[in-house]
Design a protein. Structure first.
Lengths: 224, 80
């Protein structure tokens, strides 16, 4: 499968993402700069990595979400192309509206950079099918604005439609996120947004590889 | 030239940890009796022309499209 990684000014986790996807897929992803207005038809997985696009000015992800390349991403996502937004990538996706809710300042007001435990809340997506429901995995977080918020109706929809992908396991919520939400899926289940960084836990040198299955699922590398 | 001010505030019911921290600091400075502090943003805009109605509509679109995240924020527009 062909992959693409977006690059925007201020995103700084793109290299980690490129390394992870290269290792797992066996080929280097295409890099797509912010001024591009389209993404190649044969790209099957688009990743928006983490960082601080546009210095987090106005709101995290707000300016990036209005760039031409993001429009192209959303168009492809609506047609079924898989999209993963990690950290700032998640913030950008919620700012576009393709994922509901908002990501606010951490309740502690502190930047958190540590390993947390995630509970896999659904296996009904390409990204999570490689795990078992309720499985607890390790994953690092590094963010200041990861406090997920959704109004009661949106939250009920997310639950009813089984669109919560990951929750912070009990007692490890690092940011005050509502219902311990760490990652959610789009309505058509092919867009995943999550605050934690699975790309930083994919090989022994990282101290574990719990994040690897997520990418293997997204790349159709899991045999039934 | 039309001057306008947009004020963006968090919706009721949305927690504001920054406002809470400011409230705590003010209380620490000896300002007692605070019922609450909510932090918001102010944008001062300058727009060419003198059609205030058209400018108002433009600014409303700006708020909806970028200046406010209407999931968590309300906005108000003041033509000065």
């Amino acid at each position: 499968m062909k992959t693409a990684v977006l690059q925007l000014p201020g995103l700084n986790r793109d290299r980690d993402m490129l390394a992870a996807l290269t290792l797992i897929s066996g080929q280097a992803p295409q890099t797509v700069w912010q001024t591009e207005t389209s993404i190649d038809d044969d790209v099957d997985l688009i990743v928006i990595p983490g960082g601080f696009s546009y210095g987090d000015y106005l709101r995290s992800g707000a300016i990036a979400a209005r760039m031409p390349v993001i429009k192209a991403v959303i168009e492809k996502a609506k047609k079924g192309t898989r999209v993963i937004g990690v950290c700032n990538g998640f913030q950008i996706l919620v700012e576009t509206g393709i994922l509901p809710g908002a990501l606010m300042r951490n309740a502690s007001l502190k930047f958190v950079c540590r390993q947390v435990k995630l509970e896999v809340a659904t296996t009904q997506s390409a990204f999570t099918e490689g795990y078992s429901k309720g499985q607890v995995i390790d994953c690092p977080v590094a963010h200041h604005d990861g406090n997920y918020f959704a109004d009661p109706e949106t939250l009920a929809d997310l639950k009813d439609q089984d669109r919560i992908a990951f929750r912070y396991a009990e007692g490890t919520n690092p940011n005050g996120s509502i219902d311990d939400i760490a990652g959610i899926l789009s309505e058509n289940r092919n867009v995943l947004g999550m605050m934690p960084h699975p790309e930083n836990l994919i090989e022994a040198a990282h101290g574990g590889d719990d994040g690897r299955r997520l990418f293997e699922g997204a790349l159709n590398l899991i045999s039934a | 030239m039309i001057k306008a001010r947009v004020t963006v505030t968090l919706k009721n019911g949305v927690l504001d940890p920054q406002g809470k921290a400011i409230e705590g600091a003010l209380t620490g400075l000896g300002f007692n009796g605070l019922e609450g502090v909510r932090q918001g943003k102010v944008f001062d805009l300058e727009i060419n022309g003198d059609n205030k109605t058209a400018a108002g509509k433009d600014i409303e679109a700006m708020c909806e499209k970028l200046l406010a995240n209407t999931v968590i924020e309300d906005y108000s527009i003041e033509i000065l």
